[in-house]
Each structure stands twice: as C-alpha cells, then as structure tokens.
Design a protein around this ligand. Sequence first.
Ligand code: UT7
Length: 347
Amino acid sequence: MTGITAAITSVGHYLPPDRMTNADLEKLVDTSDEWIVSRTGISERRVLRDPDKATAYMATEAARTLLAKRNIDPSEIDTILVATVTPDMFFPSTACLVQAELGATNAWGFDISAACSGFLFALTTGARFIESGRSKKVLVIGADKMSTIVDYSDRTTCILFGDGAACALLEPDEDGYGLRDYIEHIDGEQKDLLCMKGGGSLNPPSHNTIDAGLHFLHQEGRAVFKYAVTGMADVSARIMERNNLTGDDVRYLVPHQANLRIIDATARRMGIGSEKVMLNIERYGNTTAATIPLCLVDWEHELRRGDNLVLAAFGGGFTWGAAWLRWAYDGSVYPIPEHLAALSANS
Ligand code: UT7
C-alpha cells in the first residue's frame, strides 16, 4: 500500500463505576456463576446506573480522556463517528451530542449502526476519510448503554451485556502504519436471530409493543453462536491469508468480546496461542460497540510501533468482519490507566 494510511494514534475510554457481578444476577434470574463463567467467560460487567446519563455521556467522557492524553484541543477534531445501538435518541445523532459536549466546533460526523461490529465498521469508514485526505483527525467511538435494552428477567441475555465506551483517534500516516486491509460483511437474512424490534417505524412505541417486550434485545443464542463462531474465524483467517500473515506475524488478535468460546475458536483458526489474544470479557461482558476499543485501551501499554493486530467482530444484522492494522506508536509512553492499575494491585 502506498500513500496515506489511517493510523490509530491514541485511545481513550469510559467505564461506569458500578459493577454487576454474576452473584448479583443470581438474585435476579435462575442462573449460577459456574454456568455463566463456563459458557461465556464473564464474571462481571459495568452498569451506568445514573438515569440522567446515557451513551453520549460515556462517549464524551471516553473522548475527553483521549484528548487529554494527547493534549489535543477539541476544535482540532474534524470528524466524529459514533458506533452504537443504544443512542440517547434516534435523532439528533449521538455524534451531534458528543460534538456539542466536547466543544468540537470544527467537526462533522454521524452514527453507525452495526451492532457488535459497529466499531470495526466505523474504524474502516473513518479510515477512508483519512486516506482520501479529507480528514486529518477522526474520532471513532464505540459506546453502548446495553443495560437500557436488556431484559433483566431473561437469563439467556441479561448475563451477557454491560455498559461502556471507548474510542480511537485516526490520523494520516505516510510510513505504512495503521489500517492495512479489511473484510466486512452484512447478512440481513438472519435479522430475527439478534434484534430489537420495538421503537422504530415498523413497531413504534405503544402499550402493545411494551407488553410484548419488543423494546428489549432479543437473541437466539445457540443459533447466533453457530454463525458467530464460523463467521469470525473465517474472516480472520481470510485476512491473514490474503496478506500472507502467519500466526507468528500477528502480535495480537483483538476480538469482539461476546463469548470466550467464540474467541478461542477464532484464535485456533488463526494459529495463535492464547497469549496473543486480547481478552477482557471477564471484567466487562459484552459492551457491543465498545468491546474492541476497550481491548485496545487495556493492552495499549503493551503495544509497540509495528505490531500487527487483527481486529475481528460479529454481531446482529448479521454484521461481521476483520481488519489488519499495523500499530503506529509505543503504548508504554502512557501511564497505565487507573482501572488496570487497581486490577494488578488486587491480584
Ligand atoms: O455479540 C453479538 C453476537 N452474539 C454472540 O456471539 C452470542 C452467541 N451465543 C452465545 O454466546 C451462547 O449461545 C450463549 C452464551 C448465549 C448461551 O450459551 P449456550 O451454550 O449456547 O447455551 P444454550 O442457549 O444452548 O442453553 C443451554 C442450556 C439451556 O437449558 P436446556 O434447554 O438445555 O435445559 C438453557 O435454558 O442452558 C440454559 N441457560 C441457562 N442456564 C443457566 C440459558 N441461559 C442460562 C443461564 N443460566 N443464564
């Protein structure tokens, strides 16, 4: 690849302070810590309890940490892309709300709806604006307040999801670092397996839609699992093959965090060991659009310029894909974030 590439030059995050553990869920539904850990790998997730704060708040806080780290003024941001399925409202977009809160007075932007693949799709979209020369600083945010669409009486879904936000800054690079290649797919034939049917123009809010539970996320877990396990592994293996990357070449797989078993299967297909897999599902559960950038935040201090990363996601729609990127900076220049420092102090 010649010319300008889009490199991630910083990351930021916001995690709500409140934790919901498997023991908390045992009090709500007929489940057990043993079942949840063995079937999913999740021990706890974060929940934003403040009813006056929602996705735009988390997205803005994540952006603020990123800008502060790099000492960037919000007016320097020219593009804001927010991946989410839990926007504060249908419109204005979450990107508009974040723009105003940040004071990003020179930015345009929009939301991207691709469920758990949202961050990946937003990243590759943002990269096109950088590669074309139209944008110089693109803020790509993945944020979801899943607790607002989860039915806490449905044990098959409520154990899976958590709230959170994280983001990456894309800037031009002329030395070949950043996004190198990607493969992305959608398949609306399977729209009913993972969806939220209420609230849109087909089923606008009414007493009936509320009574029928249409404003909650619905997932047919076993069926989705089968598609996810092959979809995510296939696309990750394909991106390696077509770029002649072997398991040895890959520094980290950065997978969407839906289920430990899906992630393990993907790593096996790629021929990489578990030491090369970013995994934080245990602490945050499935935060939908935030999982991949939250991994980048948690592993930033271990990343070095030139590291090859494969990002991979699968989500409702269906949407899925993988991206190969060559990391552009030495993450050890930044202090370890507080939430990780506390983790190592407790272990
Ligand atoms: O992020 C977007 C994409 N989403 C995914 O990738 C999620 C894909 N799916 C999954 O991760 C898994 O299917 C789940 C974690 C959702 C479920 O795991 P599973 O191994 O597929 O379980 P299952 O749905 O086949 O259910 C097995 C049993 C059932 O009981 P019976 O019918 O065998 O008696 C369920 O009723 O486990 C039961 N079960 C539970 N038991 C205790 C389902 N949920 C629970 C629970 N606690 N929370």
